[in-house]
Write a protein that binds this ligand. Structure first.
Ligand code: PLP
Length: 324
């Protein structure tokens, strides 16, 4: 069923699979409820890990297949994706240009520090909107200099990047029976599109709930729908059974935990950071995973899941952000 997706070229930056663990102490702290599990992509052993490493395995392989010598991407000053792109470039001996929206930090910390240590050239722009233009300009400059740039869109949320998370579902299903629900952080949509596609292709009825880090639900849903259409084109038609029709897949985005905006802590995300650390020694970050964890906690407390259900928190990393 995963035939054509499984054969996509991939660079194994780190060994798989990531662990699946019980969250019994967190469950107890919430007064009971469903069985809680966590998929520890925060433990991926490459450049501090996270969901972007999964995507980069396929995206960097495509860059190499295209004889690229320079990776160009964008993100916020504290972008996890930018850090992982810089790390992939370093590992593969490629140049890396990062376009960051925001002010150049006087003293770089966390992801900004790591991107610099990894040798990336960082160009700062004043707004999110200016990023794409600056990336194109950088690519043209590189081409004029006789180099072969490879442009990676925001968050590597392309159909190829999303395919990595369809694969990740097969990895999970080799570890445990299908959970009833997966809860995770969603922003540029690739992770959620991949998880939804992976579940559909595997023929499991797991519900995937993406907790938005920034985007309003209708906009993020539309992005994910577009990525699913792109994924369908990547998949050989023989792989798609009626059950696996990606255009019919349910997309569940919850934008109630964004608060004042991208990266802005909320009382719920602060509580999630403390609770995850103090009950399970698991670290979630302000921008992404704490808001997703807050969404999970709120649902458990509201009795949204039956006690017989298994709910898996897909930890997408980002813990480096705690040091920003
Ligand atoms: C730690 C972390 N979690 C989740 C996400 C969201 O993933 P996606 O952009 O694929 O929706 C990101 C993306 O930047 C991230 O860095």
């Amino acid at each position: 069923m995963f035939g054509s997706l499984a054969s996509l070229p991939s660079i194994p930056f780190a060994s798989a699979p990531t662990p699946v663990e019980e969250l019994n102490r967190l469950r107890d702290a919430l007064g009971g409820g469903p069985r809680l599990l966590v998929k520890r992509d925060d433990t991926i052993g490459f450049a501090f890990g996270g969901n972007k490493v999964r995507k980069m395995r396929l995206v960097a392989a495509d860059a190499i297949a295209n004889q690229a010598d320079t990776l160009i991407t964008c993100g916020g000053v504290q972008s996890n994706h930018a850090r992982v792109t810089a790390a992939a470039a370093a590992r593969l001996g490629l140049r890396c240009i990062l376009v960051a929206n925001g002010a150049q930090p006087e003293r770089p910390t966390a992801n900004a520090l790591l991107a610099r240590l990894l040798g990336a050239e960082i160009r700062y722009v004043s707004s999110r909107e200016a990023r794409a233009i600056e990336m194109e300009a950088a690519a043209e400059q590189e081409q004029r200099a006789g180099r072969r740039p490879y442009l990676i869109p925001l968050g590597a949320s392309t159909p190829l990047g999303a395919a990595a998370f369809a694969h990740a579902v097969t990895e999970l299903l080799e570890q445990i029976p299908p959970p009833d629900v997966i809860v995770h952080s969603s922003s540029s949509g690739g992770t959620q599109a991949g998880l939804v596609a992976g579940c559909a292709l595997a023929g499991v009825r797991t519900k995937v709930i993406g907790i938005s880090a920034d985007e309003p639900a209708p906009a993020l849903t539309a992005t994910i729908r577009g990525l699913l259409a792109g994924l369908t084109e990547l998949i050989a038609p023989a792989d798609v059974t009626p059950l696996a029709r990606l255009d019919a897949a349910e997309i569940d985005v919850d934008d109630r935990f964004v608060g004042a905006g991208y990266g802005a802590p909320t009382p719920e995300s602060r509580e999630a950071i403390d609770l995850a650390a103090r009950t399970e020694a698991i670290f979630v970050d302000h921008t992404y995973t704490a808001k997703a964890m807050a969404g999970l906690i709120a649902r458990v407390r509201a009795g949204a899941f039956s006690d017989a259900a298994t709910v898996l928190f897909w930890h997408t990393g980002g813990q480096v952000g705690l040091f920003s």
